[in-house]
Every structure is written in structure tokens, then in C-alpha cells.
Write a protein that binds this ligand. Structure first.
Ligand code: DAH
Length: 344
């Protein structure tokens, strides 16, 4: 009966271990310990052939039964362990439909967009239409049609980003002025337009210069237009945009597409005219170039300069925003820093 005792002990031992097994790896170890090639039960089954027939049948039956039981116990336990793993994964991935929703924070318009829209509103109320033009321009519209001939030194005022190949004469527009020409080609005067848009310059950046920035071009053409009209409109714009009277000054200047030409400065609002990094310590902020449309520009679009006259200007949108919000560095608009942007 020694064999029968042995089988009983094996059964007890194996079942105890199976019960305690914490994972499939441990269960596999138990399987090998009892039922593997050199497993304890396997060994007993192998040793049966040494026994006499009667004993062999009896013990063989018991041993085979034990083998089946242990196999079944292991299979059951494996199922349980797998179920446990599944439940854990499910718990982790489960969607709790009763959990409170995550709030989506609404964004808002970029300060430059806000300023652009406000300026558009003001000009529209004065009868101007808002027009757009392409950011990739031809040399003709960006320069030639604006009375800036090829070898003329004035062309160097605009640090141009040419698109390769250069002989195709395509470039990133350096100003919004080409849209004056594009518009007048298709629309006969009298006309009043503004052209907001992005422009590009190949130049070093600092507190008041960026490689890409925004301009608002203006153009008013009629039979009898003078600089007085221009001044009145700009003063009205500033008054409504800044919601107070603003001191401006006109300085004589030169642009190939206007005659006479001038630049318009306003008191730097960042420092109140004392001088700061935004206004290069002058107390004045240069806001736009302007002038009376040059006869050659009218000729380029097929209009007779004797019949028409008008003013044009090109204003820095970023600078308007800087003055409005007292920002002393243009680069902040393009840095994508939410701490900055959330203030508007
Ligand atoms: N396009 C000029 C610039 O970017 C600015 C300018 C000057 C525009 C005079 C005008 C103008 O329309 O009349 O420097």
C-alpha cells in the first residue's frame, strides 16, 4: 500500500500548490513538477511496469485517475487566472459613463486677428472694401508695376525672399502694395479699398522687426483727392481704434510708387513718448508709409494720371496691435506662448 499513500500525498500536495498559484507561470511550474516528463506522477506511471499484474492494474488505475484530476484542477485554475487578467484589463480600459465630462477650453482669436477685424470694421464704416491678394507674387506686381525698376537702388529697401528658381521671378510679397495694381487693373475708379495681409522680409529680427508680419494697405482714388483727405481718414481711424485722440506727425519720405511720399508716426503709447525699446527710444512709432499715387502706377494699370488722383498707404498691423496693447516686442505675436496669448 505504499504506492497508495504516495498517491494520496501527491494529490494533497499538488492540489494545495494549485490552489495557491498566483499566476499562469507558477501554474506551469506546478504542471511540470507533477505531470511533466520527469514529473512526480509521470514517474509513478512509468515505474508501474516493474509491478506484478494485479498490483499494476490497481495502482495504475489510481495513478491515471490522479493524473486526470490534477490535469483538470490545473485547467480550471488556469481559466480562473486568465479570467482575472481579463478583468484587470477591462477595469483599466473601462469607460465610466457616470464620470463627469472633461471640459474643452474654448480658444479665442489671436490679438493680430482681433486688431485686423477692428480696423476692417472702421474702414468699412467709411465706405472702404476689404480686398485680398496672393502672398506669392510676381516680380512685376511686387516691383515693376509699382514704378520700382530692376536696377533701381530703391529695390533694396525691400529685403526680398525670392523663390527658386530665381529666373521665374516669383517671390514672397514684401508688401501689400501689389494688390493696388491687381485691383485697379480690374476695377475702374472711383475706389476705396483696404488690403490686410501677411508680408515677408529677409531681415534680422529685433523688438520691432520680424521676417513675416502684417500690413494693411489702403487706396482711395477719385477725381479730387488730396493729402487732407488722407489725414482726416487716418485721424479718424486712430481715434476710433485707440478710443482717444492720438498725436500724429507726417514726415517727408520717398517711395517709388507715390509722389509726394511721407511717413506717419504716432506718439509711442508703450512709453507715452518717453522712448523705449519698441520705438527705438525716439518716443515716436512709425506706423505707415504713404503718399499720393505716382502717375506711373496709374499708367501701369491703364489709367490716365490726368484724370485720376488718390492717396495710398501701407500700415503695420503688428505695430497697431503693439500700440493698442502696449507690447514692446513684435516677436511675442509669433512665439505661440499661451501665457502671452491668453491675455487678449
Ligand atoms: N509698401 C510700403 C512698404 O512696405 C509702404 C507704403 C508706402 C505703402 C507708401 C503705400 C504707400 O501704399 O503709398 O514699405
Amino acid at each position: 500500500m505504499e504506492y497508495m499513500v504516495k498517491l494520496k500525498l501527491l494529490k494533497k500536495g499538488a492540489q494545495k500548490e494549485i490552489k495557491k498559484a498566483k499566476d499562469l507561470k507558477e501554474l506551469d511550474r506546478i504542471f511540470r513538477k507533477y505531470l511533466g516528463k520527469r514529473g512526480k506522477i509521470t514517474q509513478i506511471l512509468r515505474s508501474l511496469k516493474k509491478l506484478k499484474k494485479e498490483k499494476r492494474v490497481k495502482i495504475g488505475k489510481e495513478a491515471n485517475l490522479l493524473k486526470k484530476i490534477i490535469e483538470e484542477n490545473i485547467r480550471e485554475k488556469a481559466e480562473k487566472l486568465k479570467e482575472k487578467v481579463r478583468a484587470e484589463i477591462f477595469k483599466k480600459e473601462r469607460i465610466d459613463v457616470t464620470a463627469p465630462g472633461k471640459k474643452v477650453l474654448p480658444g479665442h482669436l489671436h490679438p493680430l486677428t482681433q486688431v485686423q477685424r477692428r480696423v476692417e470694421e472702421i474702414f468699412q464704416s467709411m465706405g472702404f472694401s476689404v480686398i485680398e491678394g496672393p502672398e506669392i507674387e510676381t516680380e512685376w506686381y511686387n516691383f515693376d508695376a509699382l514704378n520700382i525698376p530692376k536696377e533701381h537702388p530703391a529695390r533694396d529697401f525691400w529685403d526680398t525672399l525670392w523663390l527658386k528658381p530665381k529666373n521665374q521671378k516669383l517671390l514672397l510679397r514684401t508688401h501689400t502694395s501689389p494688390v493696388q495694381v491687381r485691383y485697379m487693373e480690374k476695377n475702374p475708379p472711383p475706389l476705396r479699398i483696404i488690403v490686410p495681409g501677411r508680408v515677408f522680409r529677409h531681415e534680422a529680427t529685433d523688438a520691432s522687426h520680424e521676417v513675416n508680419f502684417y500690413q494693411i494697405e489702403g487706396l482711395m482714388v477719385d477725381k479730387d483727392i488730396s493729402i487732407a483727405n488722407f489725414k482726416a481718414i487716418i485721424q479718424k481711424l486712430f481715434k476710433r481704434f485707440f478710443e482717444k485722440s492720438i498725436k500724429i506727425r507726417l514726415r517727408p519720405s520717398y517711395f517709388p510708387f507715390t509722389e509726394p511720399s511721407f511717413e506717419v508716426d504716432m506718439t509711442c503709447l508703450t512709453c507715452g513718448g518717453k522712448g523705449c525699446s519698441a520705438c527705438q527710444r525716439t518716443g515716436w512709432m512709425e506706423m505707415m508709409g504713404a503718399g499720393m499715387v505716382h502717375p506711373n502706377v496709374f499708367k501701369a494699370v491703364g489709367l490716365n494720371p490726368r484724370d485720376w488722383q488718390g492717396f495710398a498707404f501701407g500700415m503695420g498691423l503688428d505695430r497697431l496691435a503693439m500700440m493698442r496693447y502696449k507690447i514692446n516686442d513684435i516677436r511675442l505675436f509669433y512665439g505661440g506662448d499661451l501665457r502671452f496669448l491668453k491675455q487678449f
